[in-house]
Design a protein around this ligand. Sequence first.
Ligand SMILES: [Fe+2]
Length: 400
Amino acid sequence: MIKLIPVDRLLPGMYIHDLNCGWMEHNFVRNSFEVSDMATAEKVRALGTHEVYIDTDRGLDVANAPTLEEAAHEVDEQIEAIVTTSTSPVAPASLADEVARARLLHREANVIVRNMMGDIRLGKQIELERIEPLVTQIVDSIFRQQDALLPLSLLKSHDEYTFQHSVSVCTLMTSFARALALPREIIHEIAIGALLHDVGKAKVPDAILNKPAKLTDAEFDKMKSHVVQSKVILLGTPGISDIALDVAAQHHERFDGTGYPNKLKGEQISLYGQMGAIVDVYDALTSNRCYHKGRPPTEALRKLLEWSKFHFKPDLVQAFIRTIGIYPSGSLVRLESGRLAVVQEQHTDKLMQPTVKVMFHTKGHYLTPEIVDLRRSQDRIVSHESFEEWKIDPQQWLPA
Ligand SMILES: [Fe+2]
């Protein structure tokens, strides 16, 4: 049986099923292993994770701990609350009109960020005026129709991760800030900070950034130093705002004080830093890395909700989920009819009933693609699915 236990109850002889803290927060080789001695238990505690999943069939049991199903039920109840408090936004522009523009913009953004990182490696300063027009276009696109640009953040290749992650965090943060009804000038600064939040990675050797194996403690420290490096680079950037600086300098801080580099706690972390942390983790969880398989978006959101007990402010995680939907655009879902569909467009007042493109049957064959608005259909979503497991290419089924 899989159970969720507080880390302070972890003892040698227990078998960790899931460290429950996201791949980016630790340098254990695997996520599942037997706790062989007290030192290993201590190392897990030092990660800053508060709860881990143990497998009681493979190691010692703990009485009075919730099972995996009971823990999942708690997340379900939170999702229920999110669904019932969603509101209707201003009607967006047509998705069809925005899609081609968003694709071009996304491609251009990746090229600009790649060139900028190359320049920083060479010791050049960031010229804000070169990225301002790009950020303006991203903000405009999100305001017109966010379901065109947002799903593109789910398409990433291993070797381009750092650039694509920066662009994804920028689009997600813009949409998050818009949903929080922040003023447009502030959203623009948040978007700049998001696009530049990881520029410090230009100072981390590629051999560490893309190492396809466990990082040593020293390498891990070097990796973590990218946050301080980002701050140093941005402090040397003429015209950078405090808001953009907060996003970059605080995106690895955690609400309970277990983050880095300054172990800031609660409201010591600015709203922009807190938003950055949530979006950064969401995008990292949904991305494929060297030896980490990306999770489907819905699963990543469930993890964020679970961790929001400690690492994030729960209200803010819930607001983020209301922003991108429980089944974010671009994700694969299974309908009650046994058909699979790719989510195309959110209806923020009906998060469980987005518009989808039906294209596959779980019996194993493709269907003639059909756009279905689930608000007006007898069919309904019963679960999220993984593109990889069904061997379906997501690229082909995004809004066109
Ligand atoms: Fe980072």
